[in-house]
Every structure is written in C-alpha cells, then in structure tokens.
Design a protein around this ligand. Sequence first.
Ligand code: CMC
Length: 379
Amino acid sequence: MAEEDIKKGLDGVVVDYTSVSKVNPDTNSLLYRGYPVQELAARCSFEEVAYLLWNGELAAPDQLAEFTARERAGRALDPVVKQVIDALPDTSHPMDVCRTAASVMGARHPLAEDASREANMAKAIDLFAAMPAVVAYDQRRRHGQGVIEARDDLGYSANFLWMTFGEEQVPEVVEAFNVSMILYAEHSFNASTFTARVITSTLSDLHSAVTGAIGALKGPLHGGANEAVMHTFDEIGIRPQESLEEAAARAKSWMENALAQKKKVMGFGHRVYKHGDSRVPTMKAALDKMVAHYGRPELLGLYNGLEAAMDEAKGIKPNLDYPAGPTYHLMGFDTATFTPLFVASRITGWTAHIMEQLDANSLIRPLSKYVGPEERHVP
Ligand code: CMC
C-alpha cells in the first residue's frame, strides 16, 4: 500500500452517496434536499425543515399540521428520563446528560427492536420532540430550578425557550433561535453524522447511532467548538458597556498572542470550506439582531476583533459555531448548554442519514496500514 493511499482523517475521501444535503465549498453553498439553507432559514420553521430532511419534500399544509401535532404531543419530559438525569451530578457535562438521555429513551422505546423505516421514523420524531425538554431541564436543574411543562400552543423554538427560561420570548429572539436550529440541522458526512452511519452500518439500532453521534459531537474540533468560542470570549473578558472599538482592540491582541503561541482557536477553520462557511452570514445576521436587541455592542467588538486578526494572520474564516456561541449567550443559555442545542437540532440530520444508510447499507469497515513490529514469537 503506497503512502499516498492513506487518507488521514479521510480528508477528501468520498465514501458514499447521499441525497440529504449538498455542501459546495467552491460556491460556499449548502442545500438541504436541494433547497439553499439561507432560504429555508428565512422562510421556514425548524419543524418544516425537519420534515423536509426526513421526507425529501416540504410538507403540504395538512402534512405539516399532522407533523407538528405529533411533535407537540411528544414534548413532555419522560419521568424515567428525569429520574435518570436527577441521578447524575449537576456537575455532569450537559453533553453527557444528553447522551445518557438518548440512550435511556432508546432502551425504553416501545419499538426498540423494530428496525423498519416506519419505526425508525417514529423514533426520530420522538427524539426530536423530546430532546428540548432534556436540554432545558438540565440547564434549569444546574440553577436549582424545576421542570417547566411544555406548551402545545407554541412552535418548537418558542416552546424550547419557554421550557428553558419559563418566560415567553419576543418574536426576534424566537426567530434567531429558529435560524440557529435550521443552520445546525444537517451538514453531509461530518464526524458525528459519519459516526451515526458507521454504527447504523452494523445494523445496530437508531438510538445507539444517535448516542454515538452525540459523543462525536461533544469534541471541540466538532460541535464542542460553540462552547469553546464562549470560553475564548470569557478569557479575553466580556466588559458590558465597553465600546465596540475597545473590545475589538483587546480581542485583536489576544488573537495575535494566541497565534504566536500556535494555539488553535475554536470557531475558526473548516475541513471542507476553505473560503468561509456557507452558514456564517445567516447566523451572523441573527447575532447582529441579538446584539441590537440586548444592547451588547461589546460582544460584537470581540467578535470583529478576533475575526479580523485571524483573517489578517492566517486567512482562516469563522465557522458556524463562531456566531452561534455569542448568540446563545445573549439569549441566556449557559455556555455548557450550547452543544446540547446543536444536538437538539442535528438529531434531524443524523436520523435522516441513518434511514438513508439503511436504504442501501454496506458495512463500513475500512483498512489500515500496519506499522508495528514484524511477526515475532513468545520466547
Ligand atoms: N486556529 C488556528 N489555526 C488553525 C485553525 C484554527 N481554528 N484551523 C486550522 N488552523 C491551521 C492549522 O493549525 C494548520 O496550520 P499548519 O498547516 O500551519 O499546521 C492549518 O490551518 C490546517 O489545519 P488542520 O487542522 O490540519 O485542518 P483540518 O481540515 O483538519 O481542520 C478543523 C479543520 C475544523 C478541525 C480546524 O479548522 C480546527 O481545529 N478548528 C477549530 C475547531 C472548530 O472550530 N471546529 C468546528 C468545525 S465546524 C462546525 C462544527 O462541526 O461544529
């Protein structure tokens, strides 16, 4: 096997077909089932996008009504899942809580051993409907607060915010949250989706694949970056009332110092996009609206300062996690809750891929080049 045949990190390797989404780094575009993600973010609810990812087409009005009724009926926090969460220390990372909850939901699912497409669709919708209650309750319990019951008169995003904060949010905030959910929903063969497909390829079950995907998403090189972005902001120091220019100058000098020490700065760079992440302009517009809504220009100063300094030094552009982190911070989410928000959204993409994998399955089992000792024998 020649050296050049080894593709570390599967960089540039095409491993299968997909019709769920198309990432085009040359045109900086991302299509879900053919629709530009920016258009979906501007015109659709997250529920409509979930339906699209699973069914391949946007829902007709009666289909959407049936689907949203099904989602609203599945929002309550299962008392057994709550008991399990309560048994975990409140210092457990929220991603560990999500991963555990997904696993418990799988073990308790009435169709657990049914691998038909209908059963998998039901499991996917159940996870999609129930995960917000897990994420919301976990944030609340860390503040010594109890469960807020789901409301079936609110859409997915408004209800998610309601269950987390116990207050109805103004439409601008709900809209920005909806946009983030849509942008995070799907991104072809990223590490967590690929993990889900590898697990599915062994004919394991949907919840096992989602549980594994949550584990892959936790890492800071993947979904954990949105949390890490906020740690960077905290390290630089968030000073409310500071002007945009002052904050930008401090951020710039932090970045110069970090790059001089050869640090990797989370929220920048991407394996596929080399000229900028297609999702960033839409998420940045949502961040701008939140900065104006909450009156926090200093956050934009930090954002601009880091971005400009990275661009100047290395020409590396921000990825989606960069504007998403401060947006969630402004909404009032704990930093540790950011990646679980990504989970709640990406459940849709993962499960669309799990079903696609099963439609034309082949066990995913690559090869490796052995570089250990030659054959030898026990003396
Ligand atoms: N900060 C500093 N330098 C960077 C960064 C960064 N964020 N990203 C890439 N580089 C440099 C890297 O040091 C290397 O330089 P050199 O060639 O001098 O050694 C070069 O760019 C290539 O980087 P790489 O890590 O080999 O490239 P990759 O394609 O394997 O990396 C990446 C992609 C996302 C792992 C990487 O850009 C990274 O670690 N970024 C920070 C983590 C992050 O934000 N992840 C979120 C990814 S997108 C959304 C998501 O999945 O959540």
